[in-house]
Design a protein around this ligand. Structure first.
Ligand code: ADP
Ligand code: MG
Length: 347
């Protein structure tokens, strides 16, 4: 960062984008949001925004002209868009990394290649369904691309149901369902020279959507350090710049399996806004803008609850306690299972 007024371009205008914008403001960094949706919470807080589909080169050129660097709140920005932008201006984390992490097959293959364990998986197109071992069931079949909050996932309890199903032309992986003890995540920020890491968050999902996260996770410090070590190894191997989240399953035998990597700030880290000396959002901005990193230090125990769909209405009129922090994303349309806000309680 050497210009007097540095402008960070952010793809995506959801709640993650909104919190990134607010964190940038705190660091005197201007923000320019590029989003494809009219109902984008971030546009009310940034310095400038464009609402357009992500493929519109004319709009992308206008965006590029006014920014010093681009980042994103959401990994499903088309790779072509990120690649186009990168030819003209720096994009962090690097689009070549996103290409791997946007694709569940490439992602898991990469993880296994560096010695990081994942759940057992197969590329649906490449297997002979009939000779698939019965022992792998139950399985989750997931679309290789564009899934989030459990979208694009189907559970098959047994082989019979699986064989009966006719899949469309999308690409899928088939993945063994893990009978896990719990789920945790590690958020790590890395710049050119250094990485910093938050302690593990313990996460509870319902119908594949995050319901709540808390810190500290109820795990041994050995396992916490092991998970941090794996996150660091992944970030280093990718030469990653920015913040990312590694989601893990803790098996009944206390082994760690990586579920997936989100190459961005993450829902499980929302409580860092109230429970840490630095939020995951500020940590991301510092990493991509190459500002001095800050080691995250927990200041509070905390629990965060996601508020989905129409549940937001009752929170809007609720009086909060002193230790409760309610965030209303300000989305116009209430949809079932849509993340509308969250509540963090500190202790
Ligand atoms: P998304 O991209 O939608 O977040 P995930 O792969 O993280 O997709 O799946 C969402 C949630 O579904 C996980 O956090 C976990 O609770 C559950 N889940 C996904 N894959 C498995 C699996 N192989 N075994 C058990 N639970 C799983
Ligand atoms: Mg996930």
């Amino acid at each position: 960062m050497n210009k007097k007024t540095f402008t960070l371009g952010i793809f995506g205008g959801g709640q993650l984008g909104k919190f990134l914008v607010l964190a940038a403001k705190k660091l005197n960094i201007k923000t320019f949001v590029f989003t494809d949706s009219l109902d984008s919470p971030a546009i009310y807080y940034c310095d400038n925004f464009i609402i357009s589909n992500y493929e519109n080169k004319k709009q992308l050129d206008l965006f590029i002209k006014d920014i010093d660097l681009a980042t994103f709140e959401f990994e499903n920005i088309p790779f072509k868009t990120l690649d186009y932008v990168e030819k003209k201006i720096k994009v962090l984390p690097k689009p070549s990394i996103i290409k791997i992490l946007q694709d569940r097959l490439k992602e898991k293959t990469f993880l296994n290649s560096i010695g990081v364990r994942t759940t057992e998986f197969y590329y649906l197109k490449k297997i002979n369904k009939k000779i698939l071992n019965n022992n792998i069931f139950p399985v989750l079949v997931k679309t290789i691309r564009l899934g989030y909050d459990g979208k694009g996932q189907i559970l098959f309890k047994n082989k019979k149901n699986f064989l009966k199903h006719s899949f469309d032309n999308k690409e899928y992986i088939i993945e063994k369902l893990v009978d896990f003890k719990k789920e945790i995540s590690i958020i790590i920020s890395r710049n050119k020279t250094k990485s910093v890491c938050f302690d593990a968050f313990e996460n509870l999902h319902k119908h594949q959507i995050l319901q709540r996260s808390h810190t500290p996770a109820n795990i041994s410090s050995k396992l916490n350090n092991e998970a941090k070590g794996i996150a660091k190894k992944i970030a280093d191997k990718l030469n990653y710049i920015g913040t990312m989240c590694v989601e893990f399953f803790v098996t009944r035998k206390n082994e760690l399996l990586v579920n997936e990597i989100a190459p961005r700030v993450h829902n499980s880290g929302h409580l860092t806004m109230n429970a840490y000396n630095i939020s995951q959002f500020e940590s991301h901005i510092r990493a991509v803008c190459n500002l001095k990193t800050k080691t995250p230090k927990k200041t509070q125990k905390a629990i965060m609850y996601n508020i989905l769909g129409s549940a937001i209405k009752k929170y809007r009129s609720k009086t909060m306690m002193k230790n409760e922090f309610f965030y209303d994303y300000g989305k116009k349309e209430i949809k079932e299972k849509r993340k509308m806000g969250h509540l963090t309680k500190i202790f």
